[in-house]
Write a protein that binds this ligand. Structure first.
Ligand code: NAD
Length: 421
């Protein structure tokens, strides 16, 4: 049997959504393939004087609704398929949130933990040297993703400014505040997911306090943990790439954050305040109300989906559930708030950063939070209504919602009936 790529999997969502909407065939034709995918070799000088090559990509999947937008990932197992799929998801995510963007993504196949700080800076700058003609504030706007951060975005913005000969803050988002970043960008992904759950809690019949399990205690996972605990909920299990911890009465968030900030794993808190070791592969099966996958793709698949006991899954990671697993969860009555909605707080505040950078007029933290909350609630509510109205999952509803907007834009260029009477 032929193995399906991640993009094949992702495209099944497009077909599912199209079955619930009347869209012109041109729309599907346009969204089946990436518009532009570039692969380059980056070559940098290592600290020991040698030179080393790294493969890097940038994909602009579709730009009908505006310049492409999407993060840059530094990961040893990144592939072209993964980059195209992430860019496809960004196309839909920006349409879900009604941002004036298309979808893009980039990656370097590298384990950044094996580079020194100076090597990391050279690699980041060389990415921009390679893609300076691809990106631009009106063309393609990168941001951070897995294993990239605001300092890397700052180096990249600086490199772009040196190449074009002027400062250009709107070329990249997720920058440090001092270099034109936005207040509220650091926790935007977790916060957006938190606002969404808060808004739909009544409709979902969620009890308070919720018991929460978080798979992947990185940027997105840590921030939502902090917000949920401050709101009176309990995080009873958390994991990272090195292992998992659990505590039925609630993990000590300060201890977890201190471990991560010190560059250690959550497992270093075992023994503290009732924290116990948990097998990492048992995390998604923990008895809880809310499961938050916040690590990498395809971690819940057909082999383990039946173990999920949570009533609700909030996908902060991109693509953590395979289509086969999705069916199992739906059959078991588990509601999944899908990635293209649930983690869209990040790109929404990235959009706010781009707007502020273009205007040279910066907002207060309260303004950012208020606008983020309103956007999450507006689109979350609309998708909830589509889901109830059509009797479809929240994921299919989110794709239907986004496809409607993409179709409107693609069809505005004229469809077959306009040209052939
Ligand atoms: P991050 O690098 O800060 O965190 C990722 C975490 O996942 C790390 O703690 C890592 O140890 C953990 N992890 C890796 N492999 C694991 C495994 N096998 N089991 C358990 N944990 C594992 O990255 P992030 O920015 O928090 O992104 C996490 C996910 O959220 C990704 O899918 C990313 O695309 C998505 N996302 C992030 C943002 C954002 O603004 N940060 C926005 C949208 C989507």
């Amino acid at each position: 049997m032929q193995k399906h790529s991640l993009l094949d999997h992702a495209l099944t969502r497009l077909d599912e959504a199209a079955a619930h909407l009347k869209v012109d065939p041109d729309v599907i034709e346009k969204l089946k393939f990436a518009r532009e995918m570039t692969k380059v070799r980056l070559m940098i000088r290592m600290d020991d004087g040698s030179r080393k090559s790294f493969i890097a990509w940038r994909c602009r999947y579709d730009d009908t609704r505006g310049p492409t937008k999407g993060g840059i990932r530094f990961h040893p197992s990144s592939t072209a398929d993964e980059v195209e799929t992430l860019a496809f998801w960004m196309t839909f995510k920006c349409a879900v949130m009604n941002l004036p963007y298309g979808g893009g993504k980039g990656a370097v196949q590298v384990d950044p933990r094996k580079l020194s700080k100076t090597e990391l800076e050279r690699l980041s700058r060389s990415y921009i040297q390679a893609f300076a003609r691809t990106i631009g504030p009106d063309r393609d706007i990168p941001a951070p993703d897995v294993y990239t951060n605001s300092m890397i975005m700052g180096w990249m913005a600086d490199e772009y400014a040196q190449i074009v000969g002027r400062t250009e803050p709107a070329v990249i988002t997720g920058k440090p505040l001092a270099l034109g970043g936005s207040l509220g960008r650091d926790d935007a992904t977790g916060r957006g997911g938190y606002y969404l759950v808060q808004h739909l809690a009544g409709d979902l019949g969620l009890d308070r306090p919720m018991r929460v399990a978080i798979q992947g205690f990185g940027n997105a996972g840590q921030h939502i943990a902090r917000l949920l605990i401050a709101d009176g909920h309990k995080v009873i299990a958390a994991s990272d790439s090195e292992g998992a911890v659990a505590c039925a009465s609630g993990l000590d968030i300060e201890a977890l954050l201190a471990a991560k900030q010190g560059g250690r794993s959550v497992v270093n808190t075992i023994g503290h305040g009732g924290h116990e070791a948990l097998a990492p592969e048992a995390l998604h099966g923990v008895d809880c109300d809310l499961l938050v996958p916040a690590a990498l793709e395809s971690m819940i698949d057909e082999s383990n989906a039946h173990e999920v006991k949570a009533k609700l899954v909030l996908e902060l990671a991109n693509g953590p559930i395979t289509p086969e697993a999705d069916t199992i969860l739906a059959n078991n009555g588990v509601i999944v708030l899908p990635d293209i909605l649930a983690n869209a707080g990040g790109v929404t505040v990235s959009y706010f950063e781009w707007v502020q950078g273009r205007q040279g007029f910066y907002w207060t933290l309260e303004e950012v939070h208020d606008r983020l909350r309103k956007t999450m609630e507006r689109e979350g509510r609309a998708i909830w209504e589509v889901s109830r109205g059509k009797g479809i999952t929240m994921r299919t509803a989110a794709y239907v919602h986004a496809l409607g907007r993409l179709a409107e834009a693609i069809e505005a260029h004229g469809t077959q009936s306009f040209f052939v009477s």
